[in-house]
Design a protein around this ligand. Structure first.
Ligand SMILES: [Zn+2]
Length: 205
C-alpha cells in the first residue's frame, strides 16, 4: 500500500520537544535523529522534569536499544516525538504539565484520559488513520509494538510517521481552535504579552 511521504528535515523543530531536553544551537539531528530547535531569544527556562518522565519511551525502546541507536535510516519528526514521549497535544499533558486544559479528557472521543497511547491505540477518532498504518505495519497495541514495527522495515517506519503526522496535525489544529474560542475556559485562551513569554516553551511552533 502506498504511504504518504514523510515531512522530515524541512519541518520546523518542535517546541514540545524542548520540554524533553535543552535545545541545541544547531538544527543538526542528534544521535537519535531527533531534530532540535534553535534556542529562542527570551525563552522561559525549561521546567524541572519528574524522575519518571519519559519512562514509557524508555520501556518502548529498551528491548531494541542497540538496533535503535545503530539504525542507519529513519528520521524522527516532531509529531513522532510527541507520540513517543507523550509530550504534546494530549489532554493529560496539556492539563497536568502545560496547564492549558481544565481536564485531561480526550476532546475527540470523550474518553476521560487522553495520552499518547490512547491516541495511538484506542481513540475512535483516529480509526481510519490507524487502519492505514496497521495495514502496512501490522497490529500496533502499545508504544513498544510501534517501535518494534518501525525498526522492522522502512515501509513500517513511513506508515507510523504518516499516522503521527496526520493525527497530531489534527490535534494541534483542534487545540488552536479551542485556544481561540472566546467562550473557552480562560486556562485555554491564547496567552499574550508577559503571559505568552512565560509559557513560550510550552506552546506549539
Ligand atoms: Zn480519544
Amino acid at each position: 500500500m502506498e504511504v504518504e511521504p514523510i515531512p522530515t528535515a524541512a519541518a520546523p523543530a518542535p517546541s514540545y520537544a524542548k520540554v524533553v531536553g535543552p535545545p541545541r544551537p544547531t538544527q543538526k539531528p542528534g544521535p537519535s535523529g531527533v531534530q532540535r530547535a534553535p534556542r529562542r531569544q527570551g525563552m522561559a527556562p525549561t521546567p524541572p522534569m519528574s524522575p519518571v518522565a519519559g519512562s514509557a519511551t524508555v520501556e518502548a525502546i529498551r528491548p531494541h536499544l542497540s538496533r535503535w541507536v545503530s539504525r542507519n535510516r529513519g528520521t524522527l519528526t516532531y509529531r513522532m516525538v510527541q507520540i513517543l514521549t507523550g509530550h504534546g497535544c494530549f489532554g493529560k499533558y496539556l492539563h497536568r504539565v502545560a496547564g492549558r486544559e481544565p481536564n485531561p479528557e480526550c476532546k475527540h472521543c470523550g474518553a476521560p484520559l487522553d495520552t499518547a497511547v490512547h491516541t495511538l491505540v484506542e481513540c475512535a477518532a483516529w480509526g481510519p488513520q490507524r487502519h492505514v498504518m496497521e495495514s502496512v505495519a501490522g497490529r500496533i497495541d502499545s508504544l513498544q509494538s510501534m517501535v518494534t514495527a518501525m525498526l522492522r522495515s522502512e515501509d513500517n517506519w513511513a506508515a507510523v510517521a504518516s499516522f503521527c503526522e496526520a493525527v497530531m496535525l489534527q490535534k494541534e489544529v483542534a487545540e488552536r481552535e479551542r485556544e481561540e474560542d472566546a467562550l473557552a475556559d480562560p486556562v485555554r485562551r491564547r496567552r499574550t504579552g508577559r503571559r505568552l513569554r512565560r509559557y513560550a516553551h510550552l506552546l506549539p511552533p
